[in-house]
Design a protein around this ligand. Sequence first.
Ligand SMILES: *Cc1c(COP(=O)(O)O)cnc(C)c1O
Length: 401
Amino acid sequence: MPTLLGPDASKLRITLNPHPVALPNPTDLQFGKHVTDHTLQIPWSATHGWHTPRITPYQPLTLDPTASVFHYGFECFEGMKAYKDASGALRLFRPEINIARLNTSAARVSLPTFDEEQMLALLAKFVEIEGRWIPNIRGYSLYLRPVIIGTNPGLSVSPPTSALLYVVASPVGSYFQSQSQTLSPSGTSAPAGIVLQATPSARYVRAWPGGSGAHKVGANYAPCMVAEQEAKSQGAHQALWLFGDEEEITEAGTMNLFLVLKLEDGERELVTPPLDGMILPGVTRDCVLGLARERLPGWVVSERRITMGELEGAAERGMVEEVFGTGTAAVVTSVGRIRWKGRVIRCGNETSLAMQMRKWIEARQYGEDEHEWSVLVETLVQAPLGDKHQGEAEVELEARL
Ligand SMILES: *Cc1c(COP(=O)(O)O)cnc(C)c1O
């Protein structure tokens, strides 16, 4: 699909919310419960490309009931976070990866792609406006949810001729705070870890070769919920997704999965499935791999296939030290047990690598370990902005962001 260049960040128009709400108590924050005062919205049409970007007060969308997002799943999204460092400065963590991934997701479902640098500048401005929502307490952040939807009316099954990119933000504490009794309130996994239930691959498959599993498209998630609910109704926390006759391990819930195996020579192997088109290329996954290669001398770091049979065999020989999942929401989540075909595989008692990785990653996210992965929002916004007041609340930005 031909995509016109844009959006143009210098055209951003900002209408500040005249009624900003009182900030919630930090202890009351749950994942996705509260939203901030504004959204960033950028409409697109096949005839004009990306239209004027706008930051406006948060409000419901109005869409035609035949809009293509409602019928054929023309939707993709991202999940990323903004942080406040000890000096109060706002930071994004490897945002260019999320922005690029949103583009590849959009392309996979025939939604329009965009200029990544301009999008990042717009996102940074949005974060700056919503910065007050991040409590000045370590562990808190602002979850950012960019979305692209097909908005064209009409019931024909064809690539969208109009679309809307919008961003909502939600202040968050620790993901598992309210989700699981096995995890302590500080969000660090108790040594027990969560229980995964391997999903019977004859009945439920999350992703397959040539499918869309490597992309964050909404259509991947709704069909997974029956298996997740089945796992939960049987006392597990999340589903473990397998693929194929050999029951390859792929992902757990919406996390990438890592295993720590003891090798015959006493060394360790860190294993995660390869990016073969069935695995979501997680930012956190990439961080864990990068940190392992950088900071774990002697370890074998493998992106390779691993089957349930190999895992069970290794567990029986006492060679599985640790299993953990990774994702932006919870960073690292220890796995204690995996249920498979009526059996229980114990995933070792160690949680040391999971905890170490969480510490290393968070130190970079909060700017304590100053590193190129963490980007100061102010450097993306390229202030000073020449604000020109128009009427009551509308501010037109003249300077390029
Ligand atoms: C978002 C997501 C992940 C984790 O990706 P991060 O970039 O680390 O947040 C893993 N698996 C699935 C299916 C996901 O949707």
